[in-house]
Design a protein around this ligand. Structure first.
Ligand SMILES: O=C[C@H](O)[C@@H](O)CC(=O)C(=O)O
Ligand SMILES: [Zn+2]
Length: 280
């Protein structure tokens, strides 16, 4: 097995507005997330969130501390949220096995030393997408399925943004230090997520797009509301949203995405909405 990582610095919005396409992608787009028998990570300095993926094929993969943490094990001072977006898998935490079906989530608290990812069938490998945030205390590990989630239906077919927001790792479901994660599924014919768009200066956010059909792509929007930029994204790619940035997207098909946040508060509803007609 192999662990690869990259550190991404945080930037000032006045600087980012001068970025060309290549630079914008280099700093914000995260790809590839899934590499066979590897754990990949991006350590972003935006709220020190780590965005990563583990794709065990015919090897077990352990979650190892990366050098920038300077810690004996990955979860020494961190918590982790994982969602399986591949075939059936298993996560073993301190010897306790959690069977992870498609779209099931696991919260793993600070202090757990041994976290191992495995696939049930190497021909249909599990794909574990994860976010990790700094933590101050241990909260219990917990598997979360869609039936445990706080589910909110948003948007409409007429506005092409009819979607279901599954709040999986949020404080109405389980206690966390600062991590919040969920999964939003767009209905057939709906393509716009997070419209009207919003900002939450108290928290950064990462989006991971999946279930994007072949030969389709997502057009993700970021930037200050009056200075937006777009990033074209493929299936199974993630994007960093600084706390000063909108995060919203459209696509050539419907799709699903996982959102994850870390930062100042655990209040999902703490969002400052942008009037759609004010966007530039
Ligand atoms: O702060 C929260 C996040 O941006 C998402 O939960 C929004 C979202 O899933 C949607 O509107 O489709
Ligand atoms: Zn948001």
């Amino acid at each position: 097995m192999k662990t690869t990582y990259e550190v991404r610095q945080a930037a000032h919005p006045e600087d980012v507005k001068h970025y060309d396409t290549q630079r914008l992608r280099k700093e914000h787009l995260i790809s590839p997330i899934f590499v066979g028998n590897e754990v990949t990570m991006v350590y972003t300095l935006y709220d020190r969130l780590i965005v990563g993926g583990a794709m065990p094929v015919d090897e077990k993969l352990s979650l190892e501390a990366i050098d920038p943490l300077k810690m004996p094990f990955f979860l020494s001072r961190r918590e982790l949220g994982v969602i399986n977006v591949g075939g059936k898998g298993r996560i073993i935490v301190e010897g306790i096995a959690y069977d992870m079906d498609y779209k099931e989530a696991l919260y793993i608290g600070m202090g757990d030393r041994n976290v191992v990812f495995e696939s049930i069938n190497s021909t249909q490998p599990a794909k574990f997408y994860f976010n990790s945030a700094p933590a101050h205390t241990n909260y219990p590990d917990k598997k979360i399925t869609k039936s445990d989630a706080v589910v909110v239906e948003m948007g409409s077919m007429e506005e092409a943004n009819h979607r279901v927001i599954n709040k999986l790792i949020v404080n109405q479901v389980l206690p966390t230090c600062q991590l919040q994660m969920g999964m939003t599924e767009l209905k057939t014919g709906s393509v716009w997520n997070t419209m009207p768009a919003h900002i939450h200066s108290r928290r950064m956010e990462a989006y991971f797009y999946f279930e994007v059909p072949e030969n389709n792509a997502v057009c993700h929007f970021m930037g200050e509301p009056t200075e937006t930029r777009h990033i074209w994204m493929q299936n199974e790619e993630a994007v960093i949203s600084p706390s000063w940035s909108v995060h919203s997207g459209t696509a050539t098909s419907n799709y699903t995405f996982i959102w994850g946040m870390g930062g100042e508060n655990l209040d999902y509803g703490d969002q400052d909405f942008c009037k759609t007609t004010d966007l530039r």
